[in-house]
Design a protein around this ligand. Structure first.
Ligand code: HEC
Ligand code: HEC
Length: 481
């Protein structure tokens, strides 16, 4: 018999109500009301039935909550859960994945790192402060969005969305790159509109589609009102809260996010079996027939094992065919005549002129639709791909390169051409790319690989075998505008 005393029944009811409160859109209040009546009514049989019913209801509710959680929860693999209109994405919590990375990782570029950062700026107090600020939603206009919203450590510091969503659910024009290894970038953003991490960090805070603070001073004063921050700034910089130190702290934290130690690094360090035969063939192709090293290496004729990028900008035909760039370029010339950085930032994130890429910064015709070559570290877990997040899988990326996209694109980089890669060769390059995943992301990387592979079996929207194996098309001349 379910011999629950009055106390127990009360607890049961309380927990039912709590579960019900947890679960939005649930019929439970009505059910609990009936139960409450039964439990408090005089008849003994009523009470016994009611108690058993309540226990069952509680079990099924717990199950429902767990199941609902499974639907709503972000697994870190594939697209994140969809958002209600007008809603910013949920703010990720700090976790072991948000901790600074060790400098004793296999493949850690000691010389390069020493060259790009001075250790005196990376004191533990600064880094800890920067790490806290990275998750600080009070930097945004309405207290809902932090850097981590779009650079979620659980997703290798990206958001898994084609393009980022910010304050009030506003949808931007560009895909969020990872912050891992951003310390090595010579230029930040897809169009390289700033060069340092400090300059970079200031822009999203006031961008109306990202964190939407009216001014950076507003954001700083919200932080300055907090006693813990006052103490932490004093410890880290020996003075009161101010904009410059706030940005330095965020940048200091980002400079601790070096990500190596991948199977590929172990392979390069001499452990030949650290990567599969397929990945090894992929690495050969990457530096040969597939021509990837022409941009994903520091020089055309030397493979690069560190970041796999050239710190340069190219038009490789992403999204270009969907847009008439000439009128957009003329508009940008007019609207950005002053060359003010916040204006460029706003246009890049909020307007159709975003597709002009590097042109927004240089206003040179040859830079129309050119974007920064991204590093390829952890690329398996930083999709969807390219500046507009237009490609779902690494097979789509390969199909794009294989056909040498952009036949009718006069600005297409001269290094783009049909590659005539066969299917097993495409698989090999993908296998190589997956070997660049750091150990923290191995588990989600394995799941993401399985997801992309399954998707690629049913959907290869970029594949065009005829063009991939055909001649290099005649490129039209750019028309003056
Ligand atoms: C609403 C989403 C969003 C928020 C919030 C956000 N970012 Fe970003 N971040 C992006 C997008 C999108 C880009 C690329 C934009 C572009 O290239 O025009 C980017 C670019 C970057 C880059 C350049 C990386 C590279 O490889 O070029 C860094 C570094 C960065 N963000 C750090 C931060 C920091 C620090 C904060 C908080 C102060 C922040 N982000 C807030 C979405 C966001
Ligand atoms: C002509 C220069 C060039 C060549 C050749 C090239 N890339 Fe790229 N790659 C780029 C640029 C530039 C981008 C960003 C373009 C954009 O988003 O508009 C990019 C983006 C990528 C991305 C997307 C990364 C991300 O974070 O979204 C992957 C993956 C990639 N390249 C892999 C390769 C592979 C594999 C090859 C060889 C088959 C290759 N690339 C050849 C310049 C090049």
């Amino acid at each position: 018999m379910l011999g629950l005393g009055r106390m127990k029944r009360r607890e049961l009811l309380d927990s039912l109500n709590r579960v019900a409160a947890d679960r939005r859109r649930c019929e439970v209040p009505a059910a609990t009301e009936v139960l409450a009546k039964m439990l408090t009514s005089g008849a003994r049989t009523h009470r016994i039935y009611a108690t058993s019913f309540a226990a069952l209801l509680l079990l099924s509710l717990i199950f429902a909550v767990v199941a609902a959680g499974a639907v709503d929860e972000d697994t870190g693999v594939g697209p994140p859960p969809t958002l209600a209109p007008g809603q910013a994405p949920p703010l990720p919590k700090p976790s072991p994945l948000s901790e600074p990375r060790s400098s004793s990782q296999v493949g850690f570029p000691t010389v390069l790192t020493g060259y790009v950062i001075s250790p005196s700026t990376l004191g533990p107090a600064r880094v800890a402060l920067g790490q806290k600020l990275f998750f600080e939603a009070r930097l945004s206009g309405d207290g809902t969005v932090a850097c981590a919203t779009c650079h979620d450590p659980a997703r290798a510091f990206t958001d898994g969305r084609p393009v980022s969503v910010g304050i009030h659910g506003r949808i931007g024009q560009r895909n969020a790159p990872t912050v891992l290894n951003a310390l090595y970038n010579k230029a930040q953003f897809w169009d390289g509109r700033v060069s340092t991490l400090e300059q970079q960090a200031a822009l999203p805070i006031t961008n109306p589609f990202e964190m939407g603070s009216a001014t950076i001073d507003d954001a700083v004063s919200r932080i300055a009102a907090d006693q813990d921050y006052q103490t932490q700034f004093m410890q880290a910089f020996g003075r009161a809260v101010n904009e410059q130190d706030m940005l330095s702290a965020i940048a200091a934290y980002e400079r601790t996010l070096a990500s190596f130690d991948s199977p590929f690094d172990h392979f390069i360090a001499g452990d030949v079996s650290a990567i599969s035969n397929s990945s090894r063939r992929g690495w050969e192709l990457f530096n040969g027939k597939a021509r990837c090293h022409l941009c994903h290496a520091l020089t055309d004729n030397q493979p690069d094992i560190t970041l796999l990028m050239d710190n340069d900008f190219h038009n490789i035909g992403i999204g270009i065919l969907r847009h008439h760039v000439a009128p957009l370029a003329q508009r940008a010339e007019r609207e950005l005549a002053q060359g003010h950085l916040p204006a460029i930032d706003t246009v890049a994130i909020t307007s159709e002129m975003s597709v002009l890429g590097r042109f927004l910064v240089t206003r040179m015709q040859s830079d129309i639709a050119s974007f920064k070559t991204p590093g390829l570290r952890n690329v398996l877990v930083t999709g969807p791909y390219f500046h507009d997040g237009s490609m779902q899988t690494l097979w789509d990326v390969m199909d794009h390169y294989n056909k040498g996209d952009g036949v009718t694109n006069p600005g297409l980089d001269k290094d783009m051409q049909p590659l005539a890669l066969k299917e097993p060769e495409i698989d090999d390059v993908v296998a190589f790319l997956t070997s660049l995943t750091s150990p923290q992301y191995k588990a989600i990387g394995d799941q993401e690989y399985a997801r992309q592979l399954a998707l690629s079996k049913v959907s290869r929207p970029q594949r065009d075998t005829t063009r991939a194996f055909g001649p290099r098309p005649q490129q039209p001349e750019p028309s003056p505008f």
